[in-house]
Design a protein around this ligand. Structure first.
Ligand code: C2E
Ligand code: CA
Ligand code: CA
Ligand code: CA
Length: 275
């Protein structure tokens, strides 16, 4: 019986072992990536319907792994968050985004994703202040995207962090709205500048589901609270039409552009300046 137990144990162990090894390796690789400059930011345009132009770009992290090639943020951000590596990585993202955005026209802003661990990190305000002052980017041109997961934390603390950040002059967007712990009442209680309607609602617009009603409810409430609205993941004209009709103010998605390299953003501005 003893040997049987032992063999069962051995049967399961290698798989667990291997998973742990892979995670450990990815963690080491993330450290090397930071050191070797293997991270890169791509930028996806944020289109304003009223202004009929790109008023900003969302910075999206890309990892060019020397052996594994391009790795999606969905495949390493969770581990970075767990291990705490998201703090140095996120700091790099903030600095890099500010540095590149400082080269853009002054009426164009940059949006940066802030993970839950970064949001609760006491040094975040300082990181942002330093990035702004060293790059010369105006605080009003930086937007922070925060997800609904911040609502599970202590309400008082979340509120005070939000107020601290806003007092720097940066704007705050609530990302992926409608997917997580959200309730419409959070919008009333927290000082967001913008609400980003999650792609899942946009996806089935025009297909007769109830997303249309959800989008209407969100834009109506955001309007009443003086918050800006943006719909994520807009891929086809039909979605754009419904969103316009419902008064959504900004659009992001493949319909306009996929995320692009920083050099392509610069080129976009050069070309439009020469017209
Ligand atoms: P997100 O913040 O919701 O970013 C939007 C994601 O949707 C991006 O995926 C973008 O490429 C994708 N997308 C944009 N338009 C469309 C569309 O029309 N159709 C479809 N199907 N997808 C579209 P990406 O770049 O793979 O990023 C995935 C997630 O990784 C982001 O979701 C965000 O949660 C996280 N992430 C990316 N960069 C960072 C970062 O610098 N820091 C942190 N903490 N998270 C990041
Ligand atoms: Ca985002
Ligand atoms: Ca989002
Ligand atoms: Ca999303």
């Amino acid at each position: 019986a003893k040997s049987e137990g032992k063999s069962t144990y051995h049967f399961f162990e290698p798989a667990l072992d291997q998973q742990a090894r892979e995670r450990r390796q990815t963690e080491l690789d993330m450290r090397s990536a930071l050191r070797d400059g293997d991270f890169e930011l791509h930028y996806q345009p944020l289109y304003s319907i009223a202004e009929d132009r790109f008023t900003g770009f969302e910075a999206l992290l890309r990892w060019n792994h020397p052996e594994r090639g391009r790795i999606s943020p969905l495949d390493f951000i969770p581990l970075a968050e767990e291990t705490g590596l998201i703090l140095p990585i996120g700091e790099w993202v903030i600095r890099e985004a500010c540095r590149q955005a400082a080269e853009w026209p002054e009426d164009v802003s940059v949006a940066v994703n802030i993970s839950p661990k970064q949001f609760t990190y006491a040094g975040l305000t300082n990181t942002i202040l330093q990035a702004l002052s060293s790059t010369g980017l105006a605080a009003s041109r930086l937007e922070l995207e925060i997800t609904e997961s911040i609502f599970i934390a202590d309400v008082e603390k979340t509120l005070s962090t939000l107020h601290n950040l806003r007092s720097l002059g940066v704007r705050i967007a609530l990302d992926d709205f409608g997917t997580g712990y959200s309730s419409l009442s959070y919008l009333r209680s927290f000082p967001f500048d913008k609400v980003k309607i999650d792609r899942s609602f946009v996806e089935d617009l025009g297909q007769g589901g109830n997303s249309h009603a959800v989008v209407r409810a969100i834009t109506t409430l955001a309007d009443a609270l003086g918050m800006d609205t943006l719909a994520e993941g807009v891929e086809i004209d039909e979605q754009l039409e419904v969103l316009k009709q419902e008064g959504c103010r900004n659009i992001q998605g493949y319909l306009f552009s996929k995320p692009m390299a920083a050099s392509d953003v610069a080129e976009l501005f050069e070309n439009s300046a020469s017209v």
